[in-house]
Design a binder for this molecule. Sequence first.
Ligand SMILES: Cc1ncc(C[n+]2csc(CCOP(=O)(O)OP(=O)(O)O)c2C)c(N)n1
Ligand SMILES: [Mg+2]
Length: 389
Amino acid sequence: MLICGGGVRYSGAGEILGKLARRFGIPVGETQAGKGEISWDHPMNLGGLGVTGTSGSNRIAHQADCVIAVGTRLNDFHTGSKWNFHNPDMRLVTLNINNFDAWKMNAHPFVADAKSGLEALYNSLTEQNFTTEWNGEVEEARHEWVTENDRLYGLDSTEGLMQTRVMGLMNEELVPRDAVVVCASGSLPSDMERLWRVRVPGTYHLEYGFSCMGYEVPGALGAKLACPDREVYCLVGDGGYSMLHSELFTSIQEGVKINIVLIDNHGFQCIDNLQGSKGIPHFGCEFRYRDPETEQLSGDYVPVDFAMNARSWGARAWTVRTEEELKKAFEEARKSPVSTLIEVKTVIKSMSEGYDSWWRVGIPEVSPNEKVVQAAREQEVEIKKAKAF
Ligand SMILES: Cc1ncc(C[n+]2csc(CCOP(=O)(O)OP(=O)(O)O)c2C)c(N)n1
Ligand SMILES: [Mg+2]
């Protein structure tokens, strides 16, 4: 299996990686920084790998006996805290310009530029008449994932717009194929890594070194300055937007148009999910009023008008709750000469979930809450399954 990391982009190695994968039948898993360097519909592309990844990529990673990690820092998300590789005979080969990253995880390291390294590998495998031993598993994993992705794109609810449906509408209809999408924090990067279908290389921009909340709006302004001829769409949660968005004002000042798509789900919902999965009931993650009786933030949701907030800077903005309103707002936003914000009120917890992956998170071993202690015990079991390097 190949891991397509950010180094593939930085060295312009997407084409040779795609050619290598196709010629020798080697499946590819993508990192956030490397995503889109080969098209989503490349027959060997299984999409995102790891905690924010697809069932296809992760299932194949569990089985692979040789993983060639190209231009990646092998971070916790993509290796699933070193748990993702179940084959006891798995050997890791790295191709990285950076010595520090090349030597991670007991790898067999090749310190080289991704493009020239992959070209050398292509020639060498050709000389050896190499073929992989996969026998239909990759095609099956890919087909299964594409079907699941389609299902999530189509999800409907009587309660309102589902986040995964919004992703589908944006990807298939509303965001031009050559537009740059920018994202960084919350549940959106997971949905992006899993569900976003990249057709044009270089149009997918995710800050996932730190997944820093507040990167989104200034990052979008930077992307627009770098690519003035393309539309730029910033995908941000209500939490990330609230943390930092003053560059929306700068974009108005400078006459540099960006489009913000803000998903309002009343709080830090991905962290609320993480808390819940470790036995901790809702605590401080949702944007609710303090309830004098419980003395907790357990009152009603605080209603926020993010569109009005954006208008105050001079942007054009819309609040949408339905598919029709979403489509109309995108149409208006395209015509707008100034920066725009589309506030999308979504059904809470309508993001996608993890697939065949695991993530090591700090959990207290001692707690008055038995569920937390239980979660810590369960984690110990999984830690033993992770590679010990
Ligand atoms: C600067 C910073 N602080 C804290 C975090 C941890 N964190 C990651 S996502 C998140 C909540 C994001 O909320 P929102 O943007 O509304 O996204 P949602 O999960 O609701 O989709 C937090 C607190 C972070 N990534 N960056
Ligand atoms: Mg939110």
